[in-house]
Structure formats: structure tokens, C-alpha cells
Design a protein around this ligand. Structure first.
Ligand code: NZQ
Ligand code: ZN
Length: 381
């Protein structure tokens, strides 16, 4: 185990009816002015908006709405939210949505407290916000685990970079599997694949032998695969949705990362692919993972062999990667770049730009050079 300091900032309320039962009390310590943030309107169709607004009104909150947060939220959208925070003297931000809404709000919360340009401050000067408006998250689509961490993935359209920014974690998270009932099948599976990816990417970083975090990560992977298969049989299996919701939080709430380094190279490639294409995050990962793993399998043979045995019941590292590839197909997730919904045509030139601009992780099984990243991306064509 490497040295670590561990503290948990997010209180979680899990289960059916959690918002009705706990939201008012969770908001009680904060001021009256609440920014209610959501995405493109799914919350209006499925009744979540009505339920939440009723609770806010009954609690005497003055609500300002921040709407239309898109998937892969942009830095421009962050500025729109931050302007509202300042104008309306917002005391608390309530993010109601998936990873995109939650991430956008995390940076809005920090930008709402400063006149400095946060992107420039974080990305260029490597300084991080010390203050933020407190926020809470009501998860309506699970997978990213954004509700229990202090990172936020934001797309800067002008600079063509999609990257992680540091922020404060939500003070509470409401996880009601029933709130995910209306999520379309493909998004449920893409989100769950993102969870699987987080656990795999954490596990693949170098760690000492018999590290407890490895064992927890492998359990999360197994449980995610088992429950994804249950959803393939019945997409409305709410018990499976609930398991996946907690797998999602567990995979990215930092618990798997204590005492070890992580990989996350597949994520770096996918994020930058997202900057150029606006593709769905989980689906981008589904395309990239197998090709990336075929490149690095020889550098982490033992780690992959254990993954193969414990997650897919296979006898070798290579068979484990093939089982992962088959599983992606079984889920009906995209396996090639051409199957991704993209705002730009995915050409070799575009992939070269992705390879030339994505982050390169130094602690993964082997540091890749940009030509090899390009090769990996081209193998996904
Ligand atoms: O916008 P609306 O209308 O709400 O529709 C959304 C959106 O189209 C829909 N949706 C959400 N809840 C629903 C629902 N539809 C019906 N019923 C509901 N209950 O789902 C679609 C996708 O939502 P989105 O939030 O974009 O998806 P996801 O949760 O996968 O988040 C993706 C974003 O999170 C980032 C990704 O890069 C991407 O930008 N990530 C954040 C991480 C973090 N902070 O820890 C880690 C991840 O690795 C990831 O990078
Ligand atoms: Zn992810």
C-alpha cells in the first residue's frame, strides 16, 4: 500500500423514495436560494422534476433553474451557470441528472465563487479552486460515479480539449434506482460499461501484491458484468439497476484507488475522441478498450490473467481480453469507430489529432507514445 489520507465528503441516501424521504432535511443546513440544474428535459417527462420541485417549494426554497445541460458539458455552459449563481446569490446547487449535469455543476460551483478563469487557472497554472458553492446530486442515470467524487470532465470547445477538472465533491448524493427507470436501454448499458471501465482502469495501474484495492476492484467488475447480463435479459430488472447504481458509485468514489496508482489511459483516449466527436462516453470506451488492452497485455500479463479468471472465468490473459470483447458485443455496444454517433466524420486525420492531443499516463503498465496511440485508435476503425 502507498501512503494515503482518506476522508469521505459525500453523504449517500440510497433507495426507492430517497428524495421524498431525505431531500428536505439534506437541504436544511443551507440557504434559501437554490439553483436547480438539469439536462435536456428527461426529468420533465419522467416526473422527477415535479417531485423535486414540490419538495423544494415545501421546504421554502427560492428556486432558480439552470437547464439544457448537454451530454459532454461544455465550458461555455459552465459560464452560463456561474453567471446565474452570481446574479441570484445562489446558496446551494442541486444537480439532477447523469454525469454531465453533475460535472457541469461541480465547476459552476467553483466558478461561481471566483472571477478568475477556472480553465486557465487549473490547466495552465495548475492551481485549484479552494472555494465552491455547496452542491448536492440527485442521480437520474448512473455509470460515471460523478456523484461521489470531486472531479469533473468538461469540454472546452474553443481549445478542442475534453479533460478532467478538479472541484469539490457533492455534499450529498441521492441514489434512487427508480429514478433511472426511464433511461433508454443503450444509455443504461453504456453507463454500466463506463463503471466496468473505471474498475478495470484502476486495477490495471501498478500496485503491490495482494493489495486490498485490487480485490475490491475485481468484485466491482464481476458484479457489474453479472448485473449487466441481468439487464440484457430484462432491462427493467430494478434490483440489477440498483446494484449497478452502487457499483457505479463504488468504482469512481476513490475507494478502489486508495494506496495505489491507476491507469486510465483508455479514458484519456476516449475523452479526447469526445472533444472531436461529442460521442457517448461509455460507447467510446467500449470501442477503445479491447484494442488498447491487446497492445499492453504483454506488459501486465499476470494482472490480465487474474482479471481473465476472476471476471470472465478464462484461463489466460489473452482469453480474458477476448471475453471482454465478446461481452461488449453481447451488450450490443459499439465495437468500431464507425458505429459511434459522432458530430464529425471519424477519419484517420481526426484520429491523428486525437492521438496528438490526448493525455498520456505515465503510470500505466507501459507509457505509450503518440504513434502507438494512433495505431490503437486506427485499429478501432
Ligand atoms: O439531458 P437529459 O434529457 O436529462 O437526457 C440524458 C442524456 O441524454 C439522459 N438521461 C439521464 N437521466 C435520464 C435520462 N433519460 C431518461 N431518463 C432518465 N432518468 O441520459 C443521457 C446521458 O446523460 P449523461 O449525463 O450525459 O450521461 P453519463 O451519466 O454517462 O455522463 C457522461 C459524462 O460524464 C463524464 C463523461 O466524460 C461525460 O461527459 N464522466 C464523468 C466522470 C466523473 N466526474 O467522475 C467520470 C467518467 O469517466 C466520465 O468521464
Ligand atoms: Zn468514465
Amino acid at each position: 500500500m502507498k501512503k494515503f489520507v482518506y476522508e469521505y465528503p459525500t453523504k449517500v441516501y440510497f433507495g426507492e423514495g430517497a428524495a421524498k424521504e431525505y431531500l428536505a432535511a439534506a437541504l436544511a443546513p443551507y440557504g434559501t436560494n437554490v439553483l436547480l440544474a438539469y439536462g435536456g428535459g428527461s426529468v420533465k417527462k419522467n416526473g422527477i422534476y415535479d417531485e423535486v420541485i414540490t419538495i423544494l417549494k415545501a421546504a421554502g426554497k427560492k428556486v432558480t433553474e439552470f437547464t439544457g445541460i448537454m451530454s459532454n458539458p461544455t465550458y461555455d455552459k459552465v459560464q452560463e451557470g456561474a453567471a446565474l449563481v452570481k446574479k441570484e446569490s445562489i446558496d446551494f446547487i442541486l444537480a439532477v441528472g447523469g454525469g454531465s449535469v453533475i460535472d457541469c455543476c461541480k465547476i459552476v460551483a467553483a466558478q461561481g465563487k471566483t472571477e478568475e478563469d477556472l480553465w486557465e487557472m487549473e490547466m495552465e497554472r495548475r492551481q485549484f479552486p479552494k472555494e465552491a458553492v455547496p452542491m448536492g446530486a440527485i442521480v437520474t442515470a448512473s455509470g460515471t460515479g460523478a456523484e461521489m467524487n470531486g472531479g469533473a470532465v468538461i469540454t472546452n470547445e474553443e481549445k478542442k480539449i475534453k479533460a478532467g477538472m478538479a472541484a469539490k465533491a457533492p455534499v450529498f448524493a441521492i441514489l434512487d434506482p427508480e429514478y433511472t427507470r426511464s433511461v433508454p436501454r443503450m444509455q443504461v448499458l453504456s453507463g454500466a460499461f463506463d463503471t466496468l471501465s473505471h474498475a478495470m482502469e484502476t486495477y490495471l495501474g501498478n500496485s503491490d501484491k495482494d493489495n486490498v484495492s485490487d480485490d475490491v476492484a475485481l468484485s466491482i467488475m464481476r458484479n457489474t458484468v453479472v448485473n449487466m447480463r441481468r439487464l440484457l435479459a430484462d432491462v427493467n430488472d430494478m434490483e440489477a439497476r440498483g446494484n449497478l447504481m452502487w457499483d457505479s458509485a463504488m468504482a469512481e468514489n476513490g475507494i478502489l484507488k486508495v494506496g495505489r496508482v491507476t491507469d486510465f489511459q483508455a479514458h484519456q483516449m476516449e475523452h479526447q475522441l469526445g472533444a472531436y466527436t461529442d460521442c457517448n462516453h461509455g460507447q467510446g470506451l467500449a470501442v477503445i478498450h479491447p484494442a488498447y488492452y491487446r497492445h499492453i497485455v504483454k506488459d501486465a500479463e499476470e494482472i490480465f490473467a487474474r482479471f481473465a479468471k476472476e471476471v470472465f472465468g478464462k484461463d489466460s490473459a489473452a482469453e480474458g481480453i477476448e471475453a471482454l470483447t465478446d461481452f461488449i458485443r453481447e451488450c450490443g455496444l459499439p465495437t468500431k469507430m464507425g458505429e459511434l454517433k459522432s458530430r464529425a466524420e471519424i477519419t484517420p486525420e481526426l484520429l491523428r489529432q486525437v492521438a496528438d492531443t490526448c493525455n498520456v499516463i505515465k503510470t500505466n503498465p507501459r507509457e505509450l507514445d503518440r504513434d502507438e496511440i494512433y495505431e490503437i485508435l486506427m485499429e478501432c476503425m
